[in-house]
Ligand binder design. Sequence first.
Ligand code: FAD
Ligand code: SF4
Length: 335
Amino acid sequence: MATIRDIMPAFDLLQPTSIAGARELLEQHGRDAWVLAGGLDSLDWLKDRIKKPKVVVDLTGIEELKGVRSTSDGIEIGAMTTLTKVVQHPVIKEKYGLLAKAASVVASPQIRNQGTIGGNVSQDARCWYYRAGWPCYRAGGNICYADTPVGRNSEHAILHADRCVAVNPSDTAPALIALDAKFVIATRKGERVADAEDYFVGPDIDITRLHILQPGDLLTAIRIPPALAGAQFYFEKVRDRNVWDFPLLNVASAMVVSGGKIEQIRIAVNGAAARPLRLKTVERAVLGKAPNAATGEMAGELAVKGAVPLQFNAYKIPLMRNLVKRAIGGVEEAV
Ligand SMILES: Cc1cc2nc3c(=O)[nH]c(=O)nc-3n(C[C@H](O)[C@H](O)[C@H](O)COP(=O)(O)OP(=O)(O)OC[C@H]3O[C@@H](n4cnc5c(N)ncnc54)[C@H](O)[C@@H]3O)c2cc1C
Ligand code: SF4
């Protein structure tokens, strides 16, 4: 149970200045090490003494992990680039406005100034039981405190639950999936590049983490190919408090329309499951159709097929249906 919130507990703070140096330290310390980016998720866990690493590997001194670079194949965003820098970057604003919009509605300006894109896609679940140190499935126990008739589950999953009903809380994740981004990971065996949608995992694959990173792995960059640069984008986030809050649900889509018909589309939602969901059935169903209200209606219905509400989150089903409907049918919120 989290009871102490005063000073930081003791750990060895290691501050490498290169990716190779960070990887070496992570390899050396294995499961005893914790990767520190902006600290907005990390420091809660450490201060609350719920995660107790012996060693913290701070990435802030690694310049090669920072900044946005144009490449021969789109752009590459260093994992330690702050969300504010992502929002303000001229090429991202001009060509990949979907990501700029998603990053611009993360939390508050102070959090965006400190939080990094790598941390945003690698952050842990915000389920209050888990964050308070309750010994639930995700924490290695054999119970879910949220999935009970009286559990507090208004912000939890409506799709793909498997013992744990927590959701992925990232706003940038669905935008990166819609843009077909690639995640570059430095591993023991060398560089691995994963499609954005494959970076995230649900409890059926691994109940202890929301992504594919293993101890010792480092997310170094996110690449966005040019295929959907300047496409028709849509991002919408619904949250309890508009001033700053995690998404209850969000939707991101990138669409190419030609001759009044949808020629190409990628669409994803987050906040509905433990991983951001790419809606492939919806994508297939709307191809070749006009992006209008009728197509949106059909897409919204398809998106929520199989959704199962918990005691207090049934509102998420019509909410997701409507977000998808608006993303396809077109409304004033288009980026
Ligand atoms: C009050 C509050 C409100 C928030 N609201 C929102 C919101 O509305 N929408 C939203 O999307 N987010 C929200 N966030 C999350 C925030 O935006 C941060 O992006 C996120 O917490 C983590 O980013 P960070 O850079 O601080 O990383 P950290 O907290 O340092 O790291 C997060 C996790 O990722 C791992 N990690 C980080 N970088 C790497 C890397 N390069 N390689 C391997 N592992 C890595 C760390 O080990 C840690 O487990 C909120 C956070 C707070 C505290
Ligand atoms: S939803 Fe997941 S994280 Fe929350 S109490 Fe249940 S098992 Fe734990």
